[in-house]
Write a protein of this length. Sequence first.
Length: 147
Amino acid sequence: MEVTKVLWPTDFSSSSEKALPYVTSLTQKYQAEIHVLYVIEDIAHHDGWYGDFEQSHVKKLMDYAEKSGTKRLEQVCEKYLDGCPLYIKHIAIGDPAQEILKLIDKEKVDMVVMASHGAKGDYRFGSVTEKVVKNSPVPVTTIPIEP
């Protein structure tokens, strides 16, 4: 099997960080591209969360989330991925599992490496990871995280 592109989805949690040694090992072994994806949840589709927001307020919140996500993604890439041959940063807005699956298809990713659950992981296997594993057209390596 030839691995030329590896996807590492992150939510910037310590759980997702646990996948990094596997990601860097794979990319160094195969000299593969590493695609790092952070997904911002689209709050515009959550009616009545905290009352009704004006569209301008929702836009400001989403702009802030994107700016903050971009900054954090840059920090993660600089701090942890310096040894990888090539890394490409992606930010998406929407459902995390759907956006991961879209990026697999769009970038022709060969494999996904992700934590078994993210920041809100009270279970051994998170809902995003479960959806990706069940629907991915490529192998998904899940890194177990102790609850």
